[in-house]
Ligand binder design. Structure first.
Ligand SMILES: *[C@@H]1O[C@H](CO)[C@@H](O)[C@H](O)[C@H]1NC(C)=O
Length: 416
């Protein structure tokens, strides 16, 4: 019962009522004004991904919103208490007050507007997948580096202590080397329908792009490697546009895993086999009941397995099940770094910031601000990581006959 109450309390605090903190303005006598964010597009994800987490961050103010429809921008600004609104994206980028831009535009517009934001001197928090192609991703990071700006692909799940705990379990060697690993993000049919941008090829749509980027990222994270090959990739295509996958099932090979504790060359090096499932149109049970979303990662190792349910939105609910071949199975739930202390190097983990009700996005925002402020973030998604994820998304699409998503033909003017 208490865990049910905990579930509601955690979610209510995370999504509806995060504690509002004073911003680090002169009212606190601080020298530095909080970072001012501008949002490109009145996106449905913006409240969960940024607006809500910003309320409990003393160094962040969501200051402006831009939408192509000025009325929509104004209504959005009013609803969320945002000071400024703009009827076009460039006007927001031209606002010198803005320090950082959140880009949740459709995938096919990530490149153009991230390049323009960087050219305007803004740090960018960029929704995943970072672009349509790895080349786009490479160019965005090149520009960010040239300009000395922070660019982060918003793989928010990485910043949460639960998935980091799974990685620690694997790296500890407690279960031996990984033999097979599978990850899935499948959501029921009906959430993404009709005119959804995720079904638009020209905007970089597709299940592998929107859902599949997560399990791919997670497989790469937990194996600490990139795949060696895509052995097979089967797309379920959208009947109204056969270049769009509404589902993807992939068979990959990763290099042999070697957790630090197992003696090197104890056994012949077997590659790790992996499966990935992405789906945003899982049929309902008998056509009437939505299935539970299948959001999990499962690592089967030499000495047992570890599975995490809901690695994407762990604050809502998750569990980590550890099933050693010898000994008792156990379940862990990790909502903050403090709750992970009984296993880890407690001193270090006590210092890590976070509360039980922090969502993945809240942890991510903390890291983003730390990075912008020149502090060491708790963890990070690197340039190489983002480029590699995009490369393997492309390779998976190429293995089907759909091909990679179309690369943007936007070119930044040389004067910028
Ligand atoms: C994945 O591909 C490998 C290599 O082609 C094959 O041996 C294996 O059976 C495949 N696994 C699945 C689950 O399809």
């Amino acid at each position: 019962m208490s865990s049910i109450i905990g579930l509601f309390k955690r979610n209510y605090t995370a999504f509806f009522s995060p504690p509002k903190v004073l911003k680090s303005t002169s009212e606190q006598g601080s020298q530095i004004a909080p970072l001012k964010f501008g949002i490109l597009g009145a996106a449905a994800i913006a409240p969960a991904a940024l607006i809500n987490p910003a309320q409990s961050h003393s160094d962040v103010v969501v200051y402006a919103i831009a939408a192509r429809d000025p009325k929509r921008a104004e209504a959005f600004a009013e609803k969320y208490g945002i000071e400024k609104w703009y009827g076009n994206y460039q006007a927001l980028l031209d606002d010198p007050e803005i320090d950082a831009v959140y880009n949740p535009l459709p995938n096919g517009l990530h490149y153009e507007w991230t390049m323009k934001a960087l050219a305007a001197g803004k740090h960018v928090l960029l929704e995943k997948p970072s672009g349509d192609t790895a080349e786009e991703t490479r160019r965005m990071f090149d520009l960010a580096e040239n300009k000395g700006l922070i660019l982060l692909e918003a793989f928010h799940y990485r910043f949460h202590p639960a998935i980091q705990r799974v990685k620690d379990i694997i790296n500890s060697g407690e279960l031996g080397k990984i033999k097979h690993i599978s990850a899935s993000l499948a959501i029921p049919k009906g959430i993404i329908t009709g005119n959804d941008i995720r079904l638009d090829y020209n905007l970089g749509g597709g299940a592998m792009m929107d859902c599949g980027c997560y399990p791919l990222s997670c497989l790469r994270y937990l194996t600490s490697a990139n795949p060696i090959s895509v052995n097979d990739a089967k797309a379920t295509v959208y009947r109204r546009n056969t270049l769009i996958d509404t589902g993807m099932a992939v068979n990959l090979t990763f290099p042999s895993a070697s957790p630090s504790s197992s003696p090197p060359e104890s056994q012949p090096e077997e590659p790790v086999t992996a499966t990935l499932v992405a789906d945003f149109a899982t049929p309902w049970i008998l056509g009437v009941l939505p299935r539970m979303p299948r959001i999990f990662v499962l690592a089967e190792c030499e000495q047992g397995s570890v599975e995490m349910f809901n690695f994407v939105m762990p604050v809502i609910y998750h569990y980590i099940q550890i099933r050693p071949l010898q000994g008792k199975a156990r379940t862990e739930k990790v909502y903050s770094f403090r709750t992970a202390t009984h296993k880890g190097t407690s001193e270090d983990q006590n210092e890590k910031k976070g509360e039980e009700w922090w969502s993945t996005y809240r942890y991510q925002l903390e890291a983003f601000v730390d990075k912008v402020r020149g502090r060491e973030p708790q963890t990070w998604v690197s340039r190489e990581d983002s480029i590699a994820n995009m490369e393997w998304i492309e390779k998976i699409y190429e293995k089907t006959n759909l091909g990679a998503r179309p690369q943007s033909n936007f070119q930044l003017e040389s004067s910028e």
